[in-house]
Design a protein around this ligand. Structure first.
Ligand code: CA
Length: 229
């Protein structure tokens, strides 16, 4: 599922955009001020950004520039003033598209889709192939951090993904909960190995057809877990 960040200080507009995009199947996060938006944009992975120009704190110009220093995902800039749009075009900040408010939410959705499709074609043709693990209907793209089971994409938390990838990357090897905890949560972590059990349960719910008879991650009683090759 593509993830979109909206940076927009007018809450009603942000909510409207969010609703339409979510109805179209996108995952959407909203930041209502510039600094929060910029921090989020740089800290998390988004497939597309929608940036309002005039924002409290850091403005859309600056956010666009900073995102472009680090990321290539499409950016759509939004402004209430036609003049501003002309100005930002001229600045060559690296935005991919510009929209003048007010616009129809369905037009926004159409543009988002077009930019995502274009971007996917672009990375598909230029970037080297992702590292993929494929075992009996389970496909893990370790580069894009995406998982499919029988062609259906499932979403995983960071730790669930790390744990699944670690196990699938070392098939037929039995790991104790202790070893897995140290591997995925690092030694300094405060927590206990019950965390591993909880995460294994969550992963199984997503990838197993019958969680009481797991085909991928086996429980080795009294020892730990093994990914069946
Ligand atoms: Ca604004």
């Amino acid at each position: 599922m593509s993830k979109i960040l909206i940076v927009e200080d007018e809450v009603s507009i942000a909510d409207l955009e969010k609703d339409y995009l979510e109805l179209s199947g996108f995952e959407v996060e909203v930041a209502n001020d510039g600094q929060t938006g910029l921090d989020k944009a740089l800290a998390e992975d988004f497939d597309l950004f929608i940036l309002d120009l005039m924002l409290p704190g850091v403005d859309g110009f600056e956010i666009c520039k900073r995102i472009r220093e680090e990321k290539n995902s499409p950016i759509i800039m939004v402004s209430a003033k036609k003049d501003d749009i002309d100005k930002i075009r001229g600045l060559g900040l690296g935005a991919d598209d510009y929209m003048t408010k007010p616009f129809s939410p369905s037009e926004l959705v159409a543009r988002v889709k077009a930019h995502l499709a274009r971007y996917e074609r672009l990375i598909g043709s230029t970037v080297e192939e992702n590292k993929v693990i494929e075992i009996r209907g389970l496909r893990i793209d370790t580069t894009a951090r995406r998982v499919w089971i029988n062609e259906e994409e499932k979403s995983f938390t960071t730790k669930e993904f790390d744990l699944l990838t670690f196990l699938a990357g070392h098939p037929n090897h039995v790991y104790t909960k202790d070893e897995l905890f140290k591997e995925i949560w690092d030694m300094e972590s405060i927590g206990d190995i019950a965390t591993v059990t909880v995460h294994i349960k969550k992963i199984r719910e997503k990838i197993e057809y019958d969680t009481s008879n797991p085909q991928y991650i086996e429980t080795i009683w009294g020892v730990g877990y093994r990914f069946k090759m």
